[in-house]
Design a protein around this ligand. Structure first.
Ligand code: NAD
Length: 447
């Protein structure tokens, strides 16, 4: 097949869609970006993004100004004027934890309807995280039925899961560890040719079936979450061990090349828009195959109780939290994002409110998103110092750089009762515990 620089369309302008669209456009590819949420399309055409992600605003502005990136309100316009469409819609959980494919279903139906009017071969790429079988059984099928076109001859589909991390999404899109592409030969080759042009040279690339490609994404997330839950499990021992310190244990095992140092940071637990829903979706998918996944169960179980350790540590010191002012520093599920979906901060805040505490919060970027959830139940501070002012306990929940720069004196000067619980192990215990009441995840008493 003749291969010119393809025009690309996107269905879904969330964290993945808008970042990927902007990165592709920034390298000169023409990108048409569609979302059912008109506000996101409108904002994009003004050269802005609705999310915070380092480097993203600049990429969007430049690409929109150059005419390379355009938000469109009509799904037909997106499909009919492009050579391939990336599906980047959300794949949330249903009530029972299984994957809700309603957005993938509706997006692929729209693409199918539009393709009915198209004569040229068109590729649909499933970038959303979907359980194995979805690309062929849902996306391909919907397009086949609604477009009345022949698979392979007149259109193709493939799976191409996304591994970017919020907080470094732009950087990750330009420098991925690897690409995974799954599907029929023609579709896979078409997408691979595009990536060859985009990356030049191509990163390590796995070419496989759509089903393997879909499962790689789940196995990847489950493994990473398991590593974090593992170190969190060991951190519970350290906390009860005089002179124990999980940081040292993590270093000790991380130097073993078979284990590696990454994802061994103990803390108040993991959250976010992906791991919680993906682990549950994987579990439910396995149940359909009459399989149990005990390691996934244990990974989730450790994580469900991990944030509560922060509450226990506060109670050990303050006894009753009723009427006490507790400052929560950091609300996004990790630094450098404003995303609070399934954030640990939400669990901690809910528990503090149940205990009758007065909760003051601060985050450099996620205040609006947290306000949408808690409204007037919390006190919203304009800075970290304002947040800890006159409080009885400060809980460090998200490890933003600006919190790392805070000193024991900041806490001593501003808090009513200088008492800090480090839920992310960003502070040096030696420096802090000598000067104020200091507790941390995975840190035993000094004897
Ligand atoms: N956020 C991440 O860090 C990340 C990383 C890797 C993979 N993923 C996966 O990528 C997918 C997208 O995640 P996200 O965080 O960007 O989701 P998101 O919820 O931020 O955005 C999804 C977007 O899709 C839009 N949408 C829904 N139905 C649509 C339709 N029919 N046509 C067009 N737009 C439609 C929504 O309006 C929304 O803007 C998910 O499957 C997720 O698991 C996310």
């Amino acid at each position: 097949m003749e291969y010119n620089s393809p025009t690309i369309s996107f269905f879904g302008l969330g964290y993945v869609g808008i970042v990927t669209a902007a990165c592709f456009a920034s390298k000169g590819f023409k990108v048409l970006a569609y979302d059912v949420d008109k506000k996101k399309v409108e904002l994009l055409n003004e050269g802005k993004s609705h999310i915070f992600e380092p480097g993203l605003d600049k990429l969007i502005k430049e690409s929109v100004d150059k005419g390379k990136l355009k938000g469109v309100y009509d799904p037909f316009e997106a499909v009919l004027n492009s050579d391939m469409t990336f599906i980047t819609v959300g794949t949330p959980s249903k009530q029972d934890g299984s994957i809700d494919l309603k957005f993938v279903d509706s997006a692929s139906k729209m693409i199918g309807e539009a393709l009915k009017l198209k004569d040229k071969w068109h590729l649909t790429v499933v970038k959303s995280t979907v359980i194995p079988g979805t690309t062929n059984k849902v996306v391909r099928r919907n397009i086949e039925i609604l477009s009345r076109k022949k698979y392979d001859e007149e259109f193709g589909v493939c799976s191409n899961p996304e591994f970017l991390r919020e907080g470094s999404a732009v950087e990750d899109t330009f420098n991925p560890d690897r690409l995974v592409i799954g599907g029929d030969e023609k579709s896979v080759n078409f997408l691979k040719r595009f990536y060859e042009m985009f990356y030049n040279p191509l990163p390590p690339t796995i070419i496989t079936t759509a089903e393997n490609s879909e499962l790689i994404k789940y196995a990847n997330n489950a493994f990473l979450a398991m590593k974090v839950s593992f170190i969190n499990m060991i951190s519970r021992i350290c906390q009860k061990l005089p002179n124990g310190d999980i940081e040292v244990i993590a270093k000790g095992i991380g130097l073993d090349k078979r284990i590696g140092p990454l994802f061994l940071r103990a803390g108040a637990g993991w959250g976010g828009s992906c791991w919680p829903k993906d682990l549950n979706a994987l579990k439910k998918f396995a149940e359909e195959l009459e399989l149990k996944l005990p390691l996934v169960d244990a990974t989730i179980e450790v994580n469900n109780t991990q944030p509560l350790i922060m509450i226990d540590l506060a109670k050990e010191e303050l006894k009753d939290l009723k009427g006490k002012t507790i400052s929560v520093l950091g609300l996004s599920f990790k630094p450098n994002t404003d995303d609070v979906r399934d954030a640990v901060s939400i669990k901690i805040i809910n528990n503090l409110l149940e205990e009758g505490a007065i909760v003051k919060v601060y985050d450099p970027k996620a205040m609006e998103n947290i306000y949408r959830i808690f409204q007037d139940k919390l006190t919203y501070a304009g800075s970290a110092i304002e947040c800890i002012k006159n409080s009885d306990c400060a809980m460090l929940v998200t490890e933003w750089d600006e919190f790392k720069r805070m000193t024991p004196e900041d806490y001593l000067k501003n808090m009513r009762n200088p008492f800090l619980i480090d839920g992310r192990r960003i502070y040096d215990p030696k420096l802090f515990s000598g000067k104020m009441k200091f507790k941390a995840i995975g840190l035993g008493n000094r004897v």
